[in-house]
Design a protein around this ligand. Sequence first.
Ligand code: GLU
Length: 501
Amino acid sequence: MAVQRVRTRFAPSPTGYLHVGGLRTALYNYLFAKRMNGDFVIRIEDTDQSRKVEDAEKNLIGTLEWAGIIPDESPVHGGNYGPYVQSQRLPIYRDYCTRLLEDKNAYYCFSTSEELEENRQLQLKQGLQPKYNRKWLPEEMGGSMPESEIRKMLDQGAPYVVRMKVPDYVSVWFEDLIRGPVEFDSSTIDDQVLMKSDGFPTYHFASVIDDHLMEFTHIIRGEEWLPSMPKHLLLYEFFGWEPPKFAHLPLLLNADRSKLSKRQGDVAVEDYMRKGFSNEAIVNFVALLGWNEGEGSEQEVFSMDELIGKFSLERVGRAGAVFNVEKLNWLEKQYIKQRPAEQIVSAIKPLLIDELQKKPFEMPEARITSDAYLAKVVDLMRERVNYEHEFVTFSSYFFFEPDSYEAEAIEKRWTPEVPGLLSEFGAVLEAAGDFTAEAIEASLKAFVAPKGLKPAVLIHPLRIVASGVSFGPSLYHMLELLGKDAVLRRLHRGIERIGQG
Ligand code: GLU
């Protein structure tokens, strides 16, 4: 028997930004498909036209591509199963709706929204779960509405929706790949609207038809869709289609185990992009929200290729996954530590060139934007930055003269003898032939020793005049990189500006 090619999909509604939960769903679908040498598809579910946001589709696909999740088929990439946007598939849904009506698995409903609301309130008052009261269920389908009434309304052109007829007293059952067997009692299921009065299908109807026509083998989506399963399964049954396999992913939780919400922090992938997180760290972080490699594995840093090699639905848990931003920060640092310097250099160069438009030049631009100079900044600062952009913002003293000096450090380190000592040591540096870290260190030690002073007396003030701050990488290496001209200029400017402290 031929093995069916695995096909998965991510089916976002274009209602705005990509939520981190959406990224996780897309990623798991992608990893699963790629692990099985299958296809990953993006389908846009825009059947709720009132919630549609301009450009959302482009942003969603752009954000996924930034994350390295490249679809095999999508509205942008094309494919053999298109169109991939539901609003372009309306005739398909209409045809299938006609079939359900003919087969008496669906019926027209002319109830007005006021009537529906009244009915809902009544049922709530009676302590019942609100459900459509089947006023328009035809006599021939077990209801009380004569066919002639329905005809009359149709002939008058009255607005209607089409509802599915949920069979009474049946149990609907399926085996979730993450949760195991799940069973529903049909009496809890509403006669779901399939076609709305605006001629658009509802999510439930369109997604089942598309999932079948696009030949998806596995539907991997958030747990919030689990309650919709009986409606979907009944539709498969009405059409005589074999349903795909389903996996419902655990909820994402805040640290206090409430459902992840905007109120407790950022939830849009774009927010994290804007803060400077890399695609590698975000993908790695999101992959671990519900999946783990298994007993005995200590590994936490996974590249996309490793994830593709290791991902399995069996290792996705059922319990909610806590969204821990600390972990994301930690992962980002791991990636910065291991990323090749050339890669960082080419990423930060445009940022630096931008900054150079805004501030006066101290050092020749060609020097500080050279790959060699930037690679050294990266080596010195790698352990100290949290995000890539901080190689420019946090290490700005490698590119610009400090425009202020940390007050606390001056208070602590700038004793009355410092200006004199500094300018005397400045003369020593000026005369020095060699401006390497080792040579600077040796001359500083040789300078303080005969005076009976400790190197620290000069080390701290030198750092302050050179960088403006009291912390940073190895002082001698920093001075070497800045170069003699800049160091001497900063030393004299510092004495002048800070004065006697
Ligand atoms: N359009 C639905 C959503 O926005 C898709 C749910 C599904 O994957 O079936 O999440």
